[in-house]
Design a protein around this ligand. Sequence first.
Ligand SMILES: Cc1cc2nc3c(=O)[nH]c(=O)nc-3n(C[C@H](O)[C@H](O)[C@H](O)COP(=O)(O)OP(=O)(O)OC[C@H]3O[C@@H](n4cnc5c(N)ncnc54)[C@H](O)[C@@H]3O)c2cc1C
Length: 331
Amino acid sequence: MAATDSEGPDRRWSKASRYARRAEVIRTEEVAPTGTMRIRFRVVDDGPFSFLPGQFVGIEYAADGLGYRRSPYCLLPPPGGERDFELLVRVVQDGQISRHLGSLKAGDEVAFRAPTGRSMLPKDRSRELILVATGVGVAPLYALARYLLDEGFGQPIRLYWGLRRPEDMCLTEELDDLARRHPNFEYEVSLSEWPATWAGLRGRVTESVPPLIPALGGRHFYLCGNGAMVEEMDTALSDLGVAEEFIYKEAYFNRRHKPDEAKMDALRGRFVADDLFSPFSHQSASLFEVHTTFQPAGRNVTADASSDLFRRVPSGKRLPREEQGPSTGPG
Ligand SMILES: Cc1cc2nc3c(=O)[nH]c(=O)nc-3n(C[C@H](O)[C@H](O)[C@H](O)COP(=O)(O)OP(=O)(O)OC[C@H]3O[C@@H](n4cnc5c(N)ncnc54)[C@H](O)[C@@H]3O)c2cc1C
């Protein structure tokens, strides 16, 4: 992924325009009062245009006296219109490009770079998909689910979507339609500020989702949105034995978030699944006794599975594939 966090205004502006493609705004709609816009564009140049779920366009913004800035936005496939694309944009108050996008009107033009980025499509089609999004990170995960289900993907796809309040919800018509048409798709919204009447999941997705996943083996995880959620879930999943190739992650912001150990301990503890082998699983289950001998500075130190020595395995260290234990889960 070429996109990186911005370092400051000086480094983000350039003197020259870099994007030659042009798209015209067809429609704009405010879909949540927190400043989430759904914007439909039509490509008006002659270049080829197609994209796969997970790919993004670069949008360029020009400001008088400052120059040009660019930022990536994931593509939402609109119904119909082969040269159309939609973006779901969270307009952030101190953000220049998102505010510019939020101010666009039908007929305005934007400069963009053709879709780039990895496709999210899973190579192994035998795995259940667990999609976890926060905020506008739902767009590419919805795009992925729609693409796969319309292609006849037969495994369950579960989407968990973290938002703050009920009024932040959007895209629900499309998500409900997908769930109606495909019994193997379901989605749940988790609110961090829920009203008393809320019947869905409660809390951040890092709180509400781990207890709902009965096994980690046989699944492919997709994490998209706030970098804090992405980093925390990614670290917990890999600590619990999920191989890197089965975790797809896309952080939109907070990309340098480093969770502290106490937070990671709490998060790992919320997972009920312990079907994969890892230094963090089976510690309390006592399914088997583990003894190992360390030789720090010539001394022998013997530890069992409950030992603190296991806790000192750096969180986030990935297990190579061959160290993965067999999945005992249903999937
Ligand atoms: C691969 C990729 C795909 C992306 N796709 C999308 C997309 O589909 N839709 C979308 O809205 N954004 C998306 N983003 C983020 C987008 O590129 C911009 O970073 C974002 O719009 C903010 O740009 P800005 O210039 O307005 O504000 P900036 O000056 O970059 O940021 C201003 C402040 O807002 C914070 N911030 C940025 N985004 C959010 C947010 N969503 N919620 C809360 N705070 C935020 C930043 O951390 C910063 O503190 C994507 C990012 C990446 C890396």
